[in-house]
Design a protein around this ligand. Structure first.
Ligand code: IMP
Length: 205
C-alpha cells in the first residue's frame, strides 16, 4: 500500500486525509517526530504561501519522501474574506473575549458574533484548501480545492472539526459536521485538493 506523509498537528485534517485516501488504497501517516520538529511561522498572506512554507520545511525532515502540507480556512463574503488565513487563530485575535472554550468553539463563537446582524441570504462563504507537495525541501506541486456554502446562525452536527458545524453545503444539504468521512472527502475543499494530488501522483509514475 502506498503511504503518504502529512505534516500537521490537526487531528481533524488527518482524519479528512485518511478518509480521502482510503478509496485509493493509500495510507496516510503523520510525519515521524512531527511534534518534536521546529515549528514554521505561518505568516504568509495566502493559503498557498503558508502551505509551501510548511511543505518545504517539513520535507527536509523526511529524506527522499514526498511530504504534504495543507493550509486552509474559511472565507466569508460579508466579512471581506475573513477569517481567511487567520482561520485557526480567529478568536485569539480578540483575547479579551476568550473563555475556557477550545480554539474551535471560540473561533465559532467569534464567527457568530461577527455575523450577528447579517441575514441568511448574505452569509455565503467558502472553505479553501491548498496542499503543497515537497521532497527534500523542494516544492513539487501545489493543489487547490474549494467548497461553497453558507454560515448558519447556530451549529449543527457533531462530526468534523473547526467551523464544520456552522458550514452548510447546499450541494449535500447538510453542514460539514453532519457528513460521514466519505461524504466529507467527496464534498470538501480538502477532498478536492487531495484528488488533484492523486491525479498528479498517478501521472508521475
Ligand atoms: P491552518 O491551515 O492550520 O492554518 O488552519 C486551518 C483552520 O481553518 C482550522 O484550524 C479550522 O479552523 C479551519 N478549517 C480548515 N479546514 C477546515 C475544515 O475542513 N473544516 C472546518 N474548519 C476548517
Amino acid at each position: 500500500m502506498q503511504r503518504i506523509l502529512i505534516a500537521t498537528s490537526n487531528q481533524g485534517k488527518l482524519r479528512d486525509f485518511a478518509g480521502a485516501a482510503a478509496p485509493h488504497g493509500i495510507e496516510i501517516a503523520l510525519l515521524a517526530n512531527y511534534a518534536s520538529l521546529p515549528e514554521v511561522k505561518e505568516d504568509g498572506d495566502t493559503f498557498e504561501a503558508n502551505a509551501r512554507k510548511k511543505a518545504e520545511h517539513y520535507s527536509r525532515h523526511a529524506a527522499g519522501e514526498i511530504v504534504l502540507a495543507d493550509d486552509s480556512g474559511l472565507e466569508v463574503n460579508a466579512l471581506g474574506g475573513a477569517p481567511g488565513v487567520h482561520s485557526a487563530r480567529y478568536a485569539a485575535e480578540q483575547p479579551h473575549l476568550l473563555s475556557n472554550n477550545t480554539d474551535d468553539q471560540a473561533n465559532n463563537a467569534r464567527l457568530l458574533r461577527e455575523l450577528k446582524k447579517v441575514p441568511p441570504e448574505n452569509r455565503a462563504g467558502r472553505f479553501v484548501c491548498v496542499i503543497a507537495a515537497a521532497r527534500d525541501g523542494e516544492i513539487l506541486a501545489v493543489f487547490r480545492g474549494q467548497a461553497e456554502g453558507m454560515i448558519l446562525d447556530r451549529p449543527r452536527g457533531s462530526n468534523g472539526f473547526g467551523y464544520d458545524p456552522l458550514f452548510y453545503s447546499p450541494r449535500i444539504k447538510k453542514t460539514f459536521a453532519e457528513l460521514t468521512p466519505e461524504e466529507k472527502a467527496t464534498y470538501s475543499h480538502r477532498g478536492e485538493a487531495f484528488r488533484k494530488f492523486i491525479s498528479w501522483s498517478i501521472d508521475q509514475r
